[in-house]
Ligand binder design. Structure first.
Ligand SMILES: Cc1cc2nc3c(=O)[nH]c(=O)nc-3n(C[C@H](O)[C@H](O)[C@H](O)COP(=O)(O)OP(=O)(O)OC[C@H]3O[C@@H](n4cnc5c(N)ncnc54)[C@H](O)[C@@H]3O)c2cc1C
Length: 467
């Protein structure tokens, strides 16, 4: 029987990063993946393909701004969806084979098949050809990720009533795409098809979209997306989603108890994701699973069985690729006797719409609820030279700092390139910067990053320079 220091089940960003770090630290490592490509949800049907389609559709939508830049398009500009989806798949394939290259480079054994616990130190790998191999792991890391959730009364036919996975490979641009759930995934994919010409309606149970983020971001994003043509039905509880031939009918109830009926040709159900442990036989190893289906872990990501750890979407916390990666690294280093630490407050959240939305730390709502005295400084992108030069005027940066100590407690931004700009805020907060610290750092001119400096100035005695 093959025996390893560490066996990892699942090859998403949690699992494959854990595998690389384990190998770097000198562990004999194996990774088990049930699909034929490595990379998990993120690379195959998540982060990477959605960003590829966002990029392609962004190019297309930019054409409507060409005229104001003095660029005249005389011929017809058409979307070839088949080609766009094929390009997306090529990006995915290249990225996934990059992970395989990294496994080989780090001498990690890759086993293709469904991994299931035999006991606390043995995992059986059931292969596609019907054979099975059992391997031994001194330590085992569960990194089995998540799958799309559904509402109990919705029958997903994966043709017209679909999840994000199908939305990444549609064969036609919907005429009317009805999105159930105004979270990050629904809004991103909604913007892809909105740009390509679909009518897009979003039905959200709560009173705003991207509800986990600061309310000011949600308000601004709603405003911009409405301007782009997206329709919102917030505070609406979906009662039914039915297929009717080549169409779908969605019924939802508003706060007054009135029912609205929406007719479309596709409905994307994006109501969150659930931790995935199907087929893992966690009970055979004595691993505790919570009522919500997550693998229960302590602060060291150790399960109820001391040599078995769990990371990423299958455990508590934000379902984000970079959170899974940090956890993969952390477990590998714990196994090597190191003392790593993750500050979960400083895991940034990003929505890759345009304008992009990004945040780190505490929201105003959280600070108010905790009774923390804070001050806020905001700066609008439209006051930036760079934003005017490029024509990307929507959005702002908001910095929240402790009223007494001036320590930055949260940074919330919406606007061009915020997905990248947020890294400055994360770095500053990792080093416990005050708003004044950020305000005294030289930021290149003209850049979008100047909005961060200006917001920090605004938070420091309200002394922004350019408003
Ligand atoms: C459309 C979409 C867009 C997203 N965009 C972003 C984004 O922009 N940024 C971001 O940070 N996050 C994004 N996410 C979330 C991100 O994909 C997840 O947070 C991330 O993939 C979690 O990584 P993971 O390693 O925990 O699990 P996963 O990536 O889900 O990987 C788990 C792997 O385990 C395998 N597996 C499961 N059970 C077994 C078993 N028993 N045996 C063998 N293999 C098994 C699965 O096949 C899978 O390959 C997006 C998700 C979606 C759906």
């Amino acid at each position: 029987m093959n025996s390893f220091d560490v066996v990892i089940i699942g090859s998403g960003p949690g699992g494959y990063v854990a595998a690389i770090r384990c190998a770097q630290l000198g562990f004999k490592t194996a990774i088990i993946e049930k699909y034929s490509t490595l990379g998990g949800t993120c690379l195959n049907v998540g982060c990477i393909p959605s960003k590829a389609l966002l990029a392609s559709s962004h190019h297309y939508s930019d054409i409507s701004h060409f005229a104001e830049h003095g660029i005249e398009v005389t011929g017809e500009v058409k979307v070839n969806l088949e080609k766009m989806i094929a390009r997306k798949q090529a990006v995915v394939d290249q990225t996934c084979s990059g992970v395989k290259f990294l496994m080989d480079k780090n001498k990690i054994t890759v086993l293709e098949g469904l991994g299931s616990f035999v006991d606390a130190t043995h995992v059986a790998v059931a292969k596609a050809d019907g054979t099975s191999e059992t391997i031994e792991g001194k330590n085992i890391i569960i990194a089995t990720g998540s799958k799309p959730s559904n509402l109990p009364f919705i029958k997903l036919d994966k043709e017209r009533i679909i999840t994000s996975t199908e939305a990444l490979k549609l064969k036609e641009v919907p005429k009317h795409l009805i999105i159930i759930g105004g979270g990050v995934i629904g809004i991103e994919l909604g913007q892809v098809y909105l740009r390509l010409g679909a009518q897009v309606s979003v039905v959200e149970y709560l009173d705003r979209i991207i509800p986990g983020m600061d309310a000011s971001l949600s308000k601004e994003l709603t405003k911009v997306l409405k301007k782009q043509g997206m329709k919102f039905y917030v505070s609406h509880k979906v009662k039914s989603v039915e297929r009717t031939g080549d169409g779908v009918v969605v019924q939802a109830e508003n706060a007054k108890g009135e029912t609205i009926t929406l007719q479309g040709d596709y409905s994307l159900v994006s109501v969150g994701r659930r931790p995935y442990t199907d087929g893992l036989n966690a009970d055979k190893a004595g691993i505790k699973i919570t009522d919500r289906g997550m693998v229960e872990v302590n602060d060291h990501l150790q399960t109820s069985v001391s040599n078995i750890y769990a990371i990423g979407d299958v455990v508590r916390g934000a379902m984000l690729a970079h959170k899974a990666e940090e956890e993969g690294t952390m477990v590998a280093e714990i196994l090597a006797g190191q003392k790593p630490h993750i500050d979960y407050n400083l895991i940034p959240g990003v929505v890759y719409t345009w304008p992009e939305v990004a945040a780190v730390g505490q929201t105003e709502e959280q600070l108010k609820a905790a009774g923390v005295e804070y001050k806020a400084g905001s700066f609008p992108f439209k006051a930036l030279g760079r934003a005017r030069a490029g024509g990307d005027l929507d959005g702002f940066v908001k910095i929240l700092a402790d009223a007494k100590t001036d320590e930055v407690l949260g940074v919330h931004m919406i606007g061009a390139r915020c997905a990248d700009l947020i890294a400055e805020a994360v770095t500053a907060m990792e080093f416990k910067a005050s708003a004044e610290d950020i305000s005294r750092i030289s930021h290149a001119h003209p850049t979008f990053a100047e909005a961060i400096k200006e917001a920090a100035l605004a938070a420091t005695d309200n002394r922004a320079l350019h408003v």
